[in-house]
Design a protein around this ligand. Structure first.
Ligand code: UDP
Length: 245
């Protein structure tokens, strides 16, 4: 769709965070190509709105450091394996986006020059200005962190206006809406309330980093076709986590 016909938005630059599990569909492990393609189309429609897009994709569909260390593996090694898993997911997303004609760069926090660019902040900013989707891989490059924290870090560094966190449900609920029919969704909730009530948004270090830099987190459903571009245009159901109250 030409940019002139795409829905309008006030957002200029955003970061989309999705978990690795979002790419596995119903497969239970690894990548489900039709699901990767579907999410790539969501990103394409946002890109067509003229929004500069950063992405961080988790690795939980392949490997999580905590799970590895629970099985007796040394924690740091297990975390590096988790970070490598995020690189595979980033490459899968790059491939799907480029098939749709969206130019991308995979930018890795761990150097692997044959596979991805190293992370250099100014260079990444330049890619965004040239309307390339930047997929930040390998998390923060440090063990004991998660890709939620990596997303918050990169969103701050890239001066994104918000993090869009795609989940299975259309926002933040007071209890798990999949298990409890009477769960209620927040339209807005403060960072502190998320932390105090242990609401399932992102891990505590990611929330604190967003709070300390006043970076809104918009939680929305990835399963709704056209959901992401709709929310950027101000429609649909979602929860905004921010610093009011
Ligand atoms: N990881 C890490 N440092 C980071 C980001 C990720 O060590 O900065 C590792 C960690 O082991 C984590 C795994 O990579 O379990 C996959 O990331 P995450 O669990 O955040 O993926 P998601 O749950 O979003 O799929």
């Amino acid at each position: 769709m030409p940019e002139s016909q795409a829905p309008r938005t006030t957002f200029r630059r955003v970061l989309l965070k999705i978990s690795g599990e979002a790419l596995m569909g119903d497969a239970g492990y690894g990548l489900h190509p039709p699901t990767v393609e579907r999410i790539a189309r969501e990103v394409q429609s946002v890109h067509e709105m003229g929004v500069e897009v950063c992405m961080v994709i988790g690795g939980g569909n392949i490997f999580r450091g905590l799970a590895g260390s629970a099985q007796g593996m040394e924690r740091t090694t297990a975390d590096y394996m988790g970070m490598l898993a995020t690189v595979m997911n980033a490459l899968a997303m790059q491939s799907a986006l480029e098939k749709l004609g969206v130019f991308t760069r995979v930018i890795s926090a761990i150097r692997m020059d044959e596979v991805a660019e190293p992370y250099i902040r100014r260079r990444a900013v330049r890619h965004l200005e040239k309307k390339r989707v930047c997929i930040f891989a390998a998390g923060t490059g440090n063990p004991y962190f998660t890709t939620d924290t990596a997303a918050t870090l990169r969103a701050n560094e890239m001066n994104c206006e918000a993090i869009f966190k795609g989940t299975k449900v259309d926002g933040v609920y007071d209890k798990d809406p999949i298990k409890h029919a009477d769960a209620t969704r927040y339209d807005q909730v403060s960072y502190d309330e998320v932390l105090q009530k242990h609401l399932n948004v992102m891990d505590a270090s990611a929330i604190a980093l967003a709070r300390d830099n006043n970076l809104p987190i918009i939680v929305f459903s990835l399963d709704e076709p056209g959901g992401l571009s709709g929310i950027l245009a101000g429609n649909g159901a979602y929860t905004t986590v921010h610093g009011y109250g």
